[in-house]
Write a protein that binds this ligand. Sequence first.
Ligand SMILES: Nc1ncnc2c1ncn2[C@@H]1O[C@H](COP(=O)(O)OP(=O)(O)O)[C@@H](O)[C@H]1O
Ligand SMILES: [Mg+2]
Length: 220
Amino acid sequence: MKLDHPHIINESGRSYRIGELDGTQVVYSFERMLMYLEAKGKLMFGDGFKIYEEDRDILLVLCNYIIRDYDNCKKYGIDPNKGLLLSGPVGCGKTSLMRLLKCLVPHQRPYTVIPSRNVVFGFNHIGYKTIEDYGNGQFFCFDDLGVEPMGRHYGKDCNVLGEILLSRYDLFVNHNLRTHCTTNLNAGELEERYGKRVRSRMRQMFNLVAFDQKAKDKRG
Ligand SMILES: Nc1ncnc2c1ncn2[C@@H]1O[C@H](COP(=O)(O)OP(=O)(O)O)[C@@H](O)[C@H]1O
Ligand SMILES: [Mg+2]
């Protein structure tokens, strides 16, 4: 990783120039970011990976978010200081995109994409320490939020991700730490799952970026 060249990413012996350097600032090119994402996607997920024409609008928002282009974020109504809540139907590519997106910005501190259900399994094994572990200063993307099972440790039930989101909200307010999530639930369903208190905090800490409900399943 070359920290002094954030506009050039090297991948399997090839360099991808995703923008131009203007002084110390990178002027990113959306088309070049897409070319890189497609190439990296093929490396990560197999040759069938491609950038779909119908995903360009959502990719434009996500790319501008991740490169922290404040002007464009404003134009698209998102706040670069909040996290992403990426929603959309099963199979539309949410998890893949969240895993890919961070590769565009190797100079930024990466977030760990972790399945929400694995967080609950951790809780079931080791209990409340899990909630502390995810309430720390690391960056996370909780994948598939809302469909994880209820946590249970020594006979006590716990809405594990609900508790973690409350901790993450405090980190957001006090330390500007961002959290990302993916989900196939809508706002009402999330509220049903986590309650009003969590839902109202989620509204403050996330930018909602949504695939079309009719976005097709990319599972080949
Ligand atoms: N842009 C893409 N091109 C080709 N295949 C894709 C693309 N995005 C996702 N996939 C494949 O489609 C399947 C579902 O993607 P995934 O990211 O898990 O969707 P979601 O998290 O929205 O359910 C996976 O097998 C993934 O490799
Ligand atoms: Mg997924």
